[in-house]
Design a binder for this molecule. Structure first.
Ligand code: PXP
Length: 243
């Protein structure tokens, strides 16, 4: 059966830690528990304002976890230097606004082509797999290909927010097919829960799904290991075409 990787985003473990300014809960321990429960990788977003993950967390994750680290970052010189020093398995370039609660939309790869190109090249030269977080928009995907990024992560936020609007899912399905036609690897993420992940897992092009907020919230209810196992089961169900 088709195996879809689950990347667990542990940012919000750090959100809870930082709410009290103490050392717990530890995002690295959460990453280790998620991996033991079946996570195929760990995602962490070092934001410019360090509102959740901090620099030391990224170093500790890289040193201690046994599965790939997917480092989410904005295309800034500061973050590039950290990525090159840390050498994570992958970097996912995301847009970032200080005022946003979470990553609101995909990267504008078309408008930001000149700015993004040197970041993608420097990361790739360092042997880091680059993915671009983009909305399901064919022109954006075409530009991702032109810029030489091997992976795109399709932003599923609009789909997750408007489940009754079938156009949103159709856009993702079309974009996933286009991603494969371009020879790019297709990931998906944002706003996914156990209730809406199966149709995304049912897209045959999707090889990795990244989920954070729902899993960390669910961890409060059932524990992180159980939350990861439940999500893996639902992804497997979706991949079997049982959405
Ligand atoms: N993928 C990317 C690129 C993201 O920026 C985020 C949010 O940090 C996620 C996936 C996970 O989104 P959520 O926390 O809504 O599951």
């Amino acid at each position: 059966m088709r195996h879809i990787r689950l990347g667990v985003n542990i940012d919000h473990v750090a959100t809870v830690r930082n709410a009290r300014g103490v050392t717990y809960p530890d995002p690295v321990r959460a990453a280790e528990i998620a991996i033991a429960a079946g996570a195929d990788g760990i995602t962490a977003h070092l934001r410019e304002d360090r509102r959740h993950i901090r620099d030391a967390d990224i170093r500790a994750l890289k040193d201690r976890i046994i599965k790939p680290l997917n480092f989410e970052m904005a295309a800034t010189d500061e973050m590039l230097a950290i990525a090159l020093a840390t050498k994570p398995h992958g970097v996912c370039l995301v847009p970032e606004k200080r005022t946003e609660v979470t990553t609101e939309g995909g990267l504008d790869v078309v408008g930001g082509q000149a700015h993004l190109a040197p970041f993608i090249a420097r990361l790739a030269d360092a042997g880091i797999r680059v993915s671009l977080f983009i909305d399901p928009d064919l022109a954006q995907l075409d530009m991702a290909r032109v810029l030489g990024a091997p992976v795109v992560e399709l932003h599923t936020g609009a789909y997750a927010e408007h489940l009754d609007d079938t156009d949103q899912f159709d856009r993702l399905a079309l974009a996933a097919a286009h991603t494969r036609a371009l020879g790019l690897e297709c990931h998906a993420g944002h706003g996914l829960t156990v209730a809406n992940v199966a149709p995304i897992a049912g897209l045959s092009e999707v090889v990795e799904i990244n989920i954070g907020h729902f899993l960390i919230g669910e961890a409060i209810m059932v524990g992180l290991a159980q939350a990861v196992r439940d999500m893996k089961d639902e992804i497997a169900r979706g991949a079997r075409g049982a959405a």
